[in-house]
Design a protein around this ligand. Structure first.
Ligand code: SF4
Length: 571
């Protein structure tokens, strides 16, 4: 079969970005190539998100655009991966016959076989009746189905998706040109929380924890290939817990796993036994066994059940970032109960107090930075509930907060059972009010950093700098501007990642100081990077230095700040 080129576009969360990377690696090893040019691709794949309405609308619009292309090129294969495919199932193909294949997030290991089948099917359709072929879908699907939520104690031997994570290819070539020094590593899949507004427990299935040895080995392989920053991913990452007997073998090979490793000062009697690896143990193991990883962080934390053991490990491990993304979602207990969040505001406050007690050390240059998520206008939210949310925001003092207006998402409990009764205008007003409060807090936190010196991981030219130079994400390297790591996410020059905007949020990732665009072309270049607390920093450096600094961690003295950005200089 001739080489097929794929255009892959990713929407939504970091988990999707990692899925796309793994899928791309697997398909590349089978001989497929990737192109950033949708118009030149033989296969167009969209890795979708159904958590936010805006991301979903973008996918529908892209699929609409595909109709014309397919009419002109009947052999074109169009595929929808991810949560939207899982949620809508075959109804999606009925609505959009342009779609040939669908693959849910829990079935991505089956994508190569599906794709091969789809390519052959389209070729034969095009050969039989080229005029009608564009109107017919190959109708191939691999979906988990809502009824097949797998057990959280599922043995890894039965977990074929684990093989996709294990197949991760790490290319030293990527590392040498500076593009792969920051990476995601998944530690859990799925979610058992069933928040009433969220579709994830249905689309990604039950919570499954990856064997600790697999996670540590993956970190080692990434470190060997030059990666220095790893973000551990899980929908409720701090719930990681692996029982030794849960995974005896993978692919017929017995996988011995280490049990508890963390020997902190916490009262160990209250922790799990030696045959269990907790999240604290896993963090500790990675920190101790992979010292080449200079930065270890994790998202997303679930505010309940966040033990002191994790905070102790974070405090005692210098390479673990002082950063927590801990979504509260609302400041009102009654709204939280309707959301089925499983904690009260008193418990949330207690958690943040405890986290600050263990981790907030600004005098040592290690302040704890927090970020949050809030949904405004959830059904039944009154003015009093909203006032409580404003109070929560003021108390929590997030460096940034993702703020969303509620919109009912198909497939969720709230969509079916809780009437969306807050008027759109009220949602909009509350959203704006909250954004204004958060803007003041973010601005004040940023200004507190002036005069401090932070270690900053330099990601590469800022977005404004690239715009100023007329560089796209995909041709930075060709222009001699090395690292293609944007917003903490590595981008490969033959793989298109996009659509990861934060709809309705506070502009969490400016990646653009707004200042570079005004500067005339000069011998300096603006680089962007992040502190270990995830604060975004911009520095202007001589052009010749940019390549050397990119992908490294350097001290930066902060000289100025605005709401979402710090500006600094090399000491
Ligand atoms: S914790 Fe709640 S919001 Fe987060 S993925 Fe699970 S169900 Fe969704």
């Amino acid at each position: 079969m001739p080489t097929r080129s794929i255009y892959l576009e990713t929407f939504g969360c970091q988990m999707n970005e990692l899925d796309s990377e793994l899928v791309a690696g697997q398909l590349r090893s089978l001989g497929y190539t990737f192109t950033p040019d949708q118009g030149a691709a033989d296969i167009v794949l969209y890795n979708t998100c159904s958590v936010r309405e805006q991301a979903e609308q973008k996918v529908w619009s892209r699929l609409g655009e595909m109709k014309k292309r397919k009419a002109a090129d009947p052999s074109l294969v169009v595929g929808v991966l991810g949560c939207l495919a899982e949620r809508d199932g075959h109804g999606l193909m009925d609505r959009m016959p342009v779609v040939d294949l669908m693959c849910g997030p829990g079935e991505l290991d089956k994508l190569p076989a599906l794709l091969d089948n789809a390519v052959r099917t389209r070729e034969s359709l095009a050969a039989d009746d080229p005029k009608r072929a564009g109107l017919r879908s190959a109708r191939l699907a691999a979906l988990q189905g809502n009824s097949s939520r797998r057990s959280g104690t599922l043995a890894a031997a039965e977990d074929s998706l684990e093989l996709l994570d294990l197949s991760r290819s790490v290319s030293p070539v990527d590392v040498h040109d500076g593009a792969r020094r920051s990476a995601y590593v998944r530690i859990t899949r799925g979610c058992n929380k069933f928040c009433t507004y969220c579709v994830v427990p249905f689309t990604r299935g039950a919570e499954i924890h990856r064997p600790p040895n697999h996670v540590v080995d993956e970190c080692k392989r990434l470190a060997d290939a030059g990666v220095i920053e790893i973000t551990l991913l899980g929908q409720t990452v701090n719930h990681y817990r692996f029982e030794l007997d849960a995974a005896l073998e993978v692919d017929g090979v017995v996988q011995p796993q280490k049990g508890r490793t963390y020997k902190g000062s916490h009262n160990r009697d209250s922790l799990a036994g030696d045959r269990v690896t907790t999240f604290a143990d896993l963090l500790y193991r990675i920190h101790e066994e992979v010292p080449a990883i200079k930065r270890l962080r994790f998202v997303t934390s679930y505010p309940r059940d966040f033990g002191d053991d994790v905070l102790e490990v974070m405090r005692d491990s210098p390479r673990i970032c002082r950063y927590l993304h801990a979504p509260a979602q609302s400041g009102s207990d009654s709204v939280l109960a309707r959301m089925n969040r499983g904690y009260s505001i008193a418990e949330y406050d207690e958690f943040l107090d405890r986290a600050r007690h263990f981790l907030h050390e600004p005098e040592k240059g290690r302040p704890l930075m927090l970020s949050g998520d809030i949904i405004v206008g959830f059904p039944g939210e009154t003015d009093d509930d909203f006032a409580l949310t404003i109070d929560l925001l003021k108390r929590s003092r997030y460096k940034n907060c993702f703020i969303f207006k509620y919109s009912p998402r198909p497939g969720t409990v709230a969509y079916d059972k809780i009437p969306d009764d807050v008027p759109e205008q009220v949602k909009r007003t509350r959203n704006n009010d909250l954004l204004a409060v958060q803007a003041e807090i973010s601005d004040s936190i940023s200004r507190q950093q002036i005069g401090r010196t932070f270690d900053v991981y330099i990601e590469g030219p800022s977005k404004a700098e690239r715009k100023r130079q007329g560089l796209s994400k995909s041709d930075i390297r060709k222009a001699g501007q090395v690292a293609i790591t944007v917003g903490g996410h590595s981008l490969e020059d033959d793989l298109s990642f996009s659509g990861k905007g934060v709809s309705g949020g506070t502009g969490f990732q400016p990646a653009d100081s707004g200042r570079a665009g005004l500067r005339p072309a000069s011998d300096t270049i603006q680089l962007s990077g992040r502190t270990d607390g995830d604060l975004i920093v911009f520095i202007d450096v001589p052009r010749a230095q940019a390549e050397i600094l990119t992908g490294s961690i350097v001290p930066v003295r902060i000289t100025d700040a605005d709401r979402l950005s710090l500006f600094g200089e090399l000491p």
